[in-house]
Design a protein. Structure first.
Length: 114
């Protein structure tokens, strides 16, 4: 399974970005797809995820600002980010869990700065 993330970039505080991640390869049925992020000098942390039946969860620090969605037909997951803050600056990684195996995308950099 290969994951390709895109959509990162430079945005001013208060702005919005939409990250996309498309999965390809031998995917039978993805159980869960989502996003982690890693800020400079910090550990990778969960941002949010969506299950195969559409249940979603995001962490408290992004609640009300970030939304995870998916397109099961395309094996794609999205992260809509709004009201971005400088502390959201990080490399964002998408991931997919299928039959107990986790696959990772290559990461896309989001920089929030004026």
């Amino acid at each position: 399974v290969q994951l390709q993330a895109s959509g990162g970039g430079l945005v001013e505080p208060g702005g919005s970005l939409r990250l996309s991640c498309a999965a390809s390869g031998s995917i039978f049925s993805a159980n869960l797809m989502g996003w982690y992020r890693q800020a400079p000098g910090k550990k990778r942390e969960l941002v949010g995820f969506i299950t195969s039946v559409g249940g979603t969860r995001v962490v408290e620090s992004v609640k009300g600002r970030f939304t995870v969605s998916s397109d099961n037909a395309k094996n794609a997951v999205y992260l809509q980010m709004s009201s971005l803050k400088p502390e959201d600056t990080a490399v964002y990684y998408c991931y997919l869990i299928e039959r107990g195996v986790t696959s990772w995308g290559q990461g896309t950099l989001v920089t929030v700065s004026s």
